[in-house]
Design a protein around this ligand. Structure first.
Ligand code: DUC
Ligand code: ZN
Ligand code: ZN
Length: 470
C-alpha cells in the first residue's frame, strides 16, 4: 500500500475521554488507521510519508463545539463572525467541528430556514459543521418537518422559553414539539429562562432609569432560570420522557434542577459555557459601557455560582461545555444598547478560546485531563450523534486531531485572536497550554501555529440521533 496519503504522529501523549497513553497514531485517507504504544516494534512498523513529532505534547481529538451562532441575525444586527471567519478561528483554538443553529423564521418552514443556513455555510468553512434547528413557529407543518429533518441528519431542535416576540414558544408549543421528539428520536434543546416575567422586569427597570449593562444581569434572575428549567423538565416528562438538553446553564439553582431530574433517571442533560465558568457579574458591572461586552443570555452570574458549575461538570450533572459563540463588536454593535441595556445584542465570542480555557481548568485542578476531553470533544459528539466519527482518536474515526503543547504560555487578547470581533471577553488572561497543529480529516489546517487550511475544506456532516441516553 502506498504511504503517500499516510501520516504518523509520533511520541505524544494521546488523551481521549477514556484513556491516556504514549502512542503513535497512523492516519490514512483522512481517518485514524491504527495506534501503537510508542517505542514498540508495533509503533515502528507504522510507516508513512509524513511524520509529525509530538514529543512532550498531547495528541487530542479535535474539539466539538455544539453551540455556535455564526452570522446570526439578532437584535437588529448580525453576529460578526461569518462561517468562514468563525470556523477559521475555531481551528486556531483546536475545534474541528461546530454545530451551528439554523433558524426557522416565524411563518416560514423549517426547510426554508435550513436551506438559508446551508447557503451561508456552503463552501465557506475551514472545519466540519452540522446544524441544529431553532423552532420559532411550532405548528402542524413544522412538527411534520421535524421527522424529515431527523432522518436527514438535523436531529436536535432548540426551543426558547425566553425572547417573547422573537424566538419564544409557549408551553403548549413546547409540549407539542417534545411529544414529536419523543416519537422521532430528536433531542430538544432548551433555552430555559422565563422570558415573559423577564420582560416585565426589563420594562420596570428601564422605567426606574436603570439602563446600564449590569441591569441585564439583575432582571434575568436566577429564579427565572431555575423555574424555567424545572418547567422544561416537567413538560418533557409529560411528553413521554422526551430527552431534554438544557443549553447555557449558568445558575447553581438550575444545576440543582437538572441534578434532581437525573437522580430520577430522566434523560435530562446540561451544557454550560466558559463565560459562566470564568466570568461573572463583576464583568457586567465594569465601568463606562464596558459591561456591554459581557451581555449574553442566560446572563453572567455572581461568581459564587461557578463552584456549582465546576461540581456539576465533575459529577456529570453537566455533560458538555460549548461556547454559545455569538460575537458582536463593541463598536457599532454592542453600542446599540447605550442608554438601554435591553438593546445590547446578546452574545459573547469564544469559539477560539474554549479548549484553552478548559485546559487551564485542568491546570487549576477543576477537572482531570480526560474529563477535559470528555466535556469538550466526546460528550458533545455523543450527545449530538457524531460519535465515534468525531470526539475521539480510535481506528476508523475521522483524523480530527490536535497536537497540543501543555506547557506553552499565552495571554488571550483581541490583538492576537482570529475571531472577527473587536474585543476579547478574556482580555489579558494568562493561560497555560496552546494549540500547535490541527488536522481535519487528516489535512493540516493549523501547522506549527500557521493557518494552512482553506474555506471549503470543512464539510457538512449529517448526524445520527442522540447517543447519550441514560
Ligand atoms: N443567547 C445569547 O447570548 N445570544 C444568542 C442567543 C441566546 O440565546
Ligand atoms: Zn439560548
Ligand atoms: Zn445560543
Amino acid at each position: 500500500m502506498s504511504s503517500s496519503s499516510r501520516t504518523v504522529i509520533r511520541g505524544g501523549l494521546v488523551v481521549t475521554a477514556a484513556d491516556e497513553l504514549h502512542a503513535d497514531v497512523l492516519i490514512e485517507d483522512g481517518r485514524v488507521a491504527a495506534l501503537a504504544a510508542s517505542g514498540t516494534p508495533a509503533a515502528e512498523s507504522l510507516t508513512a510519508a509524513h511524520t509529525l513529532d509530538a514529543t512532550g505534547k498531547y495528541v487530542i481529538p479535535g474539539g466539538v463545539d455544539a453551540h455556535t451562532h455564526m452570522e446570526l441575525p439578532f437584535g437588529g444586527t448580525a453576529a460578526s463572525d461569518t462561517f468562514e471567519t468563525g470556523t477559521r478561528a475555531a481551528a486556531w483554538g483546536g475545534t474541528t467541528t461546530i454545530v451551528d443553529f439554523a433558524v426557522q423564521a416565524v411563518g416560514r418552514s423549517l426547510r426554508d430556514g435550513l436551506d438559508a443556513w446551508h447557503a451561508k455555510a456552503d463552501g465557506q468553512c475551514a472545519v466540519d459543521y452540522s446544524f441544529h434547528m431553532i423552532l420559532s413557529d411550532v405548528d402542524e407543518n413544522s412538527l411534520k418537518e421535524m421527522d424529515l429533518l431527523v432522518d436527514e441528519g438535523v436531529s436536535s431542535f432548540k426551543l426558547f422559553m425566553a425572547y417573547p416576540g422573537v424566538f419564544y414558544s409557549d408551553d403548549g408549543k413546547i409540549l407539542r414539539a417534545m411529544q414529536r421528539a419523543s416519537g422521532n428520536g430528536g433531542l430538544i434543546m432548551m433555552h430555559a429562562e422565563n422570558g415573559i416575567a423577564i420582560d416585565v422586569l426589563v420594562e420596570q427597570a428601564l422605567a426606574r432609569g436603570e439602563t446600564d449593562p449590569r441591569h441585564h444581569g439583575e432582571v434575568r434572575k436566577v429564579l427565572l432560570e431555575a423555574e424555567a428549567t424545572h418547567r422544561a423538565v416537567q413538560l418533557a416528562r409529560v411528553a413521554g420522557g422526551a430527552p431534554l438538553y438544557v443549553v447555557h446553564v449558568s445558575a447553581e439553582e438550575a444545576v440543582a434542577e437538572i441534578a434532581a431530574a437525573r437522580d430520577k433517571g430522566l434523560d435530562v442533560f446540561g451544557e454550560t459555557c466558559p463565560q459562566y465558568l470564568f466570568l461573572s457579574t463583576d464583568n457586567l458591572a465594569e465601568p463606562g459601557f464596558e459591561g456591554a461586552k459581557y451581555v449574553c443570555s442566560t446572563p453572567l452570574r455572581p461568581r459564587e455560582h461557578q463552584a456549582a458549575l465546576w461540581r456539576g461538570l465533575r459529577t456529570n450533572d453537566l455533560q458538555v461545555v460549548s461556547t454559545d459563540h455569538c460575537p458582536f463588536c463593541f463598536t457599532g454593535q454592542k453600542e446599540l444598547g447605550r442608554g438601554d441595556f435591553s438593546k445590547i445584542p446578546n452574545g459573547l465570542p469564544g469559539v477560539e478560546n474554549r479548549m484553552d480555557l478548559l485546559h487551564q481548568a485542568v491546570v487549576d485542578g477543576h477537572i482531570s485531563r480526560r474529563r477535559w476531553i470528555e466535556i469538550a470533544c466526546a460528550a458533545p459528539a455523543r450527545m449530538f450523534g457524531l460519535y465515534p466519527k468525531k470526539g475521539t482518536i480510535a481506528p476508523g474515526a475521522d483524523a480530527d486531531i490536535v497536537i497540543y503543547d501543555p506547557h506553552a504560555e499565552q495571554v488571550i487578547s483581541a490583538e492576537t485572536h482570529h475571531m472577527n470581533v473587536d474585543y476579547s471577553a478574556y482580555e489579558g488572561k494568562r493561560v497555560t497550554g496552546r494549540v500547535e497543529t490541527v488536522l481535519s480529516r487528516g489535512e493540516p489546517v493549523i501547522a506549527d501555529r500557521r493557518f494552512v487550511g482553506r474555506a471549503g475544506h470543512g464539510a457538512y456532516t449529517p448526524r445520527s440521533t442522540c447517543q447519550y441516553l441514560n
